[in-house]
Design a protein. Structure first.
Length: 398
């Protein structure tokens, strides 16, 4: 993993492939470190991957805590750092954290909605050593952007995009796609071109957190997905190398699962705002795992010794059909959180795989999306810090 190329939200979304695959018997260092500095956020996005019960989590780590985490992780060999949330700009100590990370030698990526960024702030972050900023939009229009986040933020985001360019950062935009905006892909790309974007990630929603609550309202139809892919291909042909466009297909339309985090406990380490250490952003929901906290345990012991990080390493935990599958070294059985949400058992094969005995749960969800894709009335649950909603697995919600 290099420190020269920008890193998009594909690396920051739950289930993304990061780094190279590890062998079943070798545990390397946590190359990719994500600090979720806060769950505070001015937006209320219906697809947010933060846990739906985050209101119940403990107090945020202090500046000293985060700096200690950085030092311990860097000593283990971590090189790539993401700073996210919630909205990381909500932390007054963001510049201090960035400065220490730069001193330690991390490549630092700020994953932000842009709300809270000012001329003075971006100058301070640049001086502190911030390498990269990824800016999110919800849509190409003010109306849909502001509806999906339940805020009036579109013009603010446009101003932040201008600040990013003015301060010589690569222009990297991320737009999460779903049924309500996927038909706007061409307009989104035109907006990105107008802003001078060099990298655009069209990241179809992955169904965890608040997106899981809203899955039936957000999952697009196959026809919508195909139209969006066609529009993206046409746009790529027109702009050529001037813009790198990444189109992340939603899992539910695949027949083989993604190699989730290159295998849990392989290269990715996330620290939640309250200090809970997680092998992926969504893993807190998995039953039977005791997730350590950096307030009580150092990063080395967390990574190499904890039950939570060792539970799904290798392939000894696998059931059939994964155990005897020749592709298990490529996809690691797929996503453990998706397996749990859909089947109630995190040890099952990811139902996205058409070899899974539970694959019909995915095809049924897609079929429902086909039936209701044209419906006008949608009941959405917006992210809200004032409520706490427990995770409900598929067998209990249907």
């Amino acid at each position: 993993m290099t420190a020269s190329a920008p890193v998009g939200n594909a690396l920051d979304a739950p289930g993304a492939l990061v780094g190279g695959a590890q062998t079943a018997h070798v545990v390397g260092p946590p190359l990719w470190l994500l600090l979720e500095l806060t769950y505070r956020c001015p937006l209320h996005c219906v697809f947010c991957y933060n846990p739906t019960d985050f209101a119940n989590t403990g107090p945020e780590l202090t500046t000293a805590d985060w700096i200690r985490v950085l030092r311990e992780a860097r000593a283990l060999g971590a090189v790539q750092l993401g700073l996210s949330g919630g909205e990381p700009l909500a932390r007054d100590d963001l510049e201090e954290i960035v400065g220490e990370a730069h001193r330690l030698g991390f490549y630092i990526n700020l994953i932000t909605s842009g709300i809270g960024m000012t001329e003075a702030r971006i100058k301070a972050l640049k001086a502190a050593g911030l390498d990269h900023i990824q800016l999110s939009f919800q849509d190409s229009t003010r109306e849909m952007n502001d509806f999906l986040s339940s805020t009036r933020t579109f013009e603010l985001k446009v101003k932040v995009a201008q600040l990013i360019r003015a301060h010589d950062y690569p222009m990297v935009l991320n737009v999460v796609l779903h049924r309500l905006n996927i038909d706007h892909v061409e307009e989104i790309l035109v907006m990105a071109e107008r802003m001078g974007a060099q990298y655009v990630e069209l990241a179809n929603t992955q169904y965890y957190g608040w997106a899981w609550l809203n899955r039936d309202q957000l999952l697009p139809s196959r026809a919508q997905l195909q139209r969006a892919e066609t529009a993206t291909r046409r746009f790529r042909e027109r702009v050529g190398a001037a813009m790198q466009i990444y189109f992340v297909v939603p899992d539910y339309f695949e027949t083989r699962p993604k190699a989730c985090m290159s295998g849990l406990g392989s290269v990715f380490l996330a620290i939640a705002p309250d200090g809970t250490a997680l092998p992926c952003h969504a893993a807190r929901m998995l039953p039977g795992l005791e997730f350590p906290n950096v307030r009580a345990t150092d990063i080395g012991a967390i990574w190499y010794e904890s039950q939570a990080f060792n539970r799904f390493r290798g392939d000894a935990w696998m059931k059939e059909p994964c155990r005897s599958c020749p592709e298990k070294a490529k996809d690691f059985g797929g996503c453990r959180c998706q397996a749990y949400l859909l089947t109630g058992d995190a040890d099952n094969a990811d139902p996205v795989c058409d070899l899974s005995p539970h694959h019909e749960l995915v095809t049924a969800a897609v079929a429902r999306a086909e039936r209701v894709a044209g419906a006008r009335e949608q009941v959405l649950t917006f992210r809200d810090h004032r409520v706490s909603i427990p995770v409900v697995i598929e067998e209990k919600r249907t």
